[in-house]
Design a protein around this ligand. Sequence first.
Ligand code: AMP
Length: 281
Amino acid sequence: MKIFRHIAPLKSYLGEIGSFGYTIGLVPTMGALHNGHLALIEASKKDNSVTIATIYVNPAQFNNATDLQKYPRTLDNDLQMLEKVGCDAVFCPDDAEMYEQPPIVKFDFGHLDKVMEGKFRPGHFSGVALVVSKLFNLVSPNRAYFGQKDWQQVAVIRRLVGELKFNLSICSVPIVREPDGLAMSSRNQRLDPVQRQHSTVLYRGLTWAREALKSGSSPEAVKTAVKAMVEELPDMRLEYLELSDSDSLEPLDAVITSAKPILCIAAYAGEVRLIDNLFLD
Ligand code: AMP
C-alpha cells in the first residue's frame, strides 16, 4: 500500500496509474477507522481498479473547537486496517498541505445546508464541500464513496458534483452498525461505558419512530415521544429528530407525502454528539 503525505508524490503516482487506463475509487475519511469505513473501501474495490483512501481531519468542517481537538486520531492503526483490506493507496496530508492559506471560499447549499446538521453546525457543509472539492481535483477519481450514515452529506455532495460538473459518480454505502444497533462512528470511542450503552437509544428511537409513523402517528407526536425516550436516560439529550424527503431534505408532516422518506436523528451523550438515520421503507 502506497502512503502519501504530500501532493506532489500523490500526483506522480496518479500519473503513472493513469497511463494504464485504470479506474480510481476515492474514499475520503477523517481516520479513526472502523468497519463502516472499511465497507466503503470494499465497495470501491469491487467497482474500480485502484482504491485511494484519504485520512484528514478537516478543521474547516468543525464549528466546535473541543470536538476538533478531541477528534480521535489513530493513524498507525488506520494504516494497518487499510493495508489488511487491500486498499491501494492512502493520502494523509497535514493542514499545511491542504490549506496553504486560511480558506476564504465558502459554499451555500440553500435549503440543503440550513436544516438538521447544517442548522446545528453552521459552516459544516461549506467546510466539507471545500475539502471534498480539493480531493476531487487532486485525485480525479471515477467514483467517490460516502456513507449513508451522513445522509445529508451525501445530498450536499451530490448537489456539489452536479452544479460544479465534477466528472465522477457518487456512490453511497449503507450504514454499518454494532450488534446492538448503534451506528459505527469514530466518535463512539469517546463514549464511557454507560454512555455507550445509553447511545443505543438513537437506533431504538428511530426504529420505534418508523413503526409509529407507519401506523399513522404524526411526526410532532413521534418527536415528542422520542425526545422523552432519549432524555429519560441520564446524560442524553436529543438535538433533533426530523422526518424529511431523502432527496430534497424538505421536512414532511406526513409519511405519504414523499416517495422516499427518511428519519434523521442527532443526540448528545455527555459532550459527544452522535447522528443516525433510517429510511422508512
Ligand atoms: P468520517 O471519517 O466520519 O468523516 O467518515 C468517512 C466516511 O465514512 C463518510 O462518508 C461516512 O459517512 C462514512 N461512514 C462513517 N461511519 C459509517 C458507518 N457506520 N457506516 C457506513 N459509512 C460510514
